[in-house]
Design a protein around this ligand. Sequence first.
Ligand code: PEP
Ligand code: MN
Length: 361
Amino acid sequence: MEIKPLYIEGIDTTRPLVIAGPCSAESEEQMVNTAKLISSQGIKIFRAGIWKPRTKPGGFEGVGSAGLEWLSTVKRKTGMLVATEVANARHVEEAIRSGVDILWIGARTTANPFAVQEIAEAVGGTGLPVLVKNPVNPDIELWIGAAERLISCGTENLAFVHRGFGAYEKGLFRNQPQWHIPIELKRRLPSMTLLCDPSHIGGRQNLIYPISQQAMDLGFDGLMVETHINPSEALSDKEQQITPQLLERILKLIVIRDKSEPSEYLADLRREIDELDDRLLNLLSKRMSIAREIGKYKMENNMQVLQPIRYDRMVTSRIAQALGLELDEEFVKQILESIHEESVRQQFEIINKMGLSNKLN
Ligand code: PEP
Ligand code: MN
């Protein structure tokens, strides 16, 4: 599958393509005042959620269809294009009827193939661009699957938005960035447009800048940033919304580094990395074949596969060695655990095969 870059008429997509606006539409005044300040910075796309999927009932669930009117006012008064979140076919129909220019599918909706299918069928053929946020759970196939549903219903003009992944443990981020997932997405779909939503990843105003910079350094094409005229009074996500003035400062601070072809020096370093990876893989392959040999021996001698004392000694001594090599302890522990897990799996595979052939003989 190939996904082409997002195309929006009249919009320059040089990095970073910026979409800004409040988490939620709250009043016409809030929308227009925010939009005017954003638009005066040259930002061309305004976002606002109207139908808000909330974790628990009873909170502010968005102003609903009334907000569509306010989006039209923003368009009329600023000339910006407007975007909103849709979670079902009725949302799509209403949004299209009132002239919304860009739709996005939220993280909770991307995780639901029935809802995505319904949306894909409702948008199909209208030519409206759709932004697909990653599902809340770190499942790249589900994310790509949502795009496939849109494409198969006739929406080829789409982009992906990385907004982080939910985790039970609350850490620094509201949603874990797990950058390797969008990086893998880019590897698989090199031409697609990939945006970052630092607001939902960080969950806090002071994380917007570093996350945005990191996204740009990783080659993301743009940013979707929640921006509110008065964040402390916001009806949703107040901790993470920033003022248009702060947005302007952040965008000025962000450095966009060159994406062009690597220099000879970089090419040399990459060759060295390729060579080292090649050696690592060969060593791993050799290690696994020895593990299988051990499995065979243990089976023939009726020994238990996992020998905890040996495993504990191995981990302790390797970590001591790693510290001397200036490797991070946690990193080495993770690698050792995963190598060991695979060794044990391979030993079991041998044992099962041998056990079966013994029984059959
Ligand atoms: C939003 O953009 O306001 C939103 C609800 O985002 P997400 O679907 O990423 O949680
Ligand atoms: Mn939000």
